[in-house]
Design a protein around this ligand. Structure first.
Ligand SMILES: [Fe+2]
Length: 331
């Protein structure tokens, strides 16, 4: 069912109810009761959230999760395939699971010689790409979980100027250097940025959908695909979906505490880009996205690997879902 783009979290609740045939009042209450309670002392309403956000989504809600894009070091060919998929799948909820922006200009790692970096240009390009993905997906609401790369900005400031880093804006009570503000989003925009309890990006902020699946950027790194989120799920005792490792894998198992699912969602980086000089073939990285649906109260989320294919001798990126192929167009 086609829906129009929601302009606020409240609109999103009403439209989600319509799209899934659920009761609007109940969905609205579910969608932002927690946000309201926990953000009561903040001026920006639903634009940002600190901690683990419990989110109850109705039966039939379609969800797409986009892992580590690392703009401007993202894979442009893969983006075409993803946009074709989003246009067709029309997720109700779009989730960015961290490291959307590389924030290379503020990296503390040794910079390769002759590589030029401009933080404002990086932010501008990130905003443009995020907006284009939101638009093509026609989603009702976006959750942007902060990654460790987004946190580079605060870390950069904290080191030489900790006294400035903890100053908050008088009217909004937000830190003066906050990522959502620098991206140019405002209260009322259909996007919520998820930070950890200390207002940092990286590892603590999460969304817990239907008490069943926790999505966070990721903090455990194991060398083999599927093992990092599995260790994460063992630690938290609940099913988990993560980015961060850039690997793709999934495990589903029964434990004495019930079913535990662990989904590792890959990355969307152009591994030849000079900003990701640390990429190499032994990393076990693979491009992918996550797609799923709420069925029986649970989020059935699966990783969709994006593979390089040759069409008439030209490289394209392609993903398949529900028997359909989505790939870079011919031009
Ligand atoms: Fe990453």
């Amino acid at each position: 069912m086609k829906t129009t783009h929601a302009s606020s979290l409240e609109d999103a609740a009403v439209q989600l109810a319509k799209a899934t045939g659920a009761e609007p009042a109940e969905i609205r209450q579910r969608l932002y009761a927690e946000l309201r309670a926990r953000n009561a002392n903040r001026g920006l309403g639903y634009l940002s959230y600190a901690g683990i956000l419990p989110l109850d989504l109705p039966e039939g809600t379609r969800i797409v999760v986009l892992p580590d894009i690392h703009v401007p070091a993202h894979d442009k060919l893969a983006m075409w395939a993803i946009k074709a998929f989003l246009k067709d799948y029309q997720p109700h909820i779009l989730i960015f699971i961290g490291d959307v922006a590389d924030v290379f200009a503020l990296s503390r790692w040794a910079r390769p010689p002759r590589v030029v970096a401009n933080q404002q240009a990086e932010l501008d390009e990130t905003r443009r790409l995020v907006d284009s993905l939101i638009k093509v997906s026609n989603c009702l609401h976006v959750f942007y979980i902060m990654g460790n790369h987004e946190d580079r900005m605060l870390r950069y400031l904290t080191d030489p100027a900790a006294g400035l880093a903890n100053i908050v804006d008088f009217s909004t009570r937000e830190p003066i250097l906050n990522f959502h503000g620098l991206m140019g989003y405002k209260p009322g925009d259909p996007v919520t940025f998820i930070y950890d309890m200390a207002e940092r990006g990286g590892f603590g902020g999460a969304i817990l959908i239907n008490g069943d699946l926790e999505l966070h950027h990721g903090h455990i790194v194991r060398p083999h695909p599927g093992v990092s989120p599995r260790a994460d799920a063992d630690e938290s005792g609940r099913s988990t979906a993560t980015g961060h490792t850039h690997r793709v894998g999934m495990t589903v198992r029964q434990t004495t505490n019930g079913e535990l699912r662990a989904v590792e969602l890959g990355h969307l980086v152009d591994v030849r880009h000079p900003f990701v000089a640390y990429a190499n073939l032994s990393n076990n990285w693979h491009p992918a996205i996550g797609a799923g649906k709420v069925v029986g109260g649970k989020v059935h989320l699966q990783p969709l690997p994006i593979k390089q294919v040759l069409v008439n001798g030209r490289p394209k990126m392609a993903l398949t879902f529900a028997g359909k192929v989505y790939r870079t167009p011919d031009r």
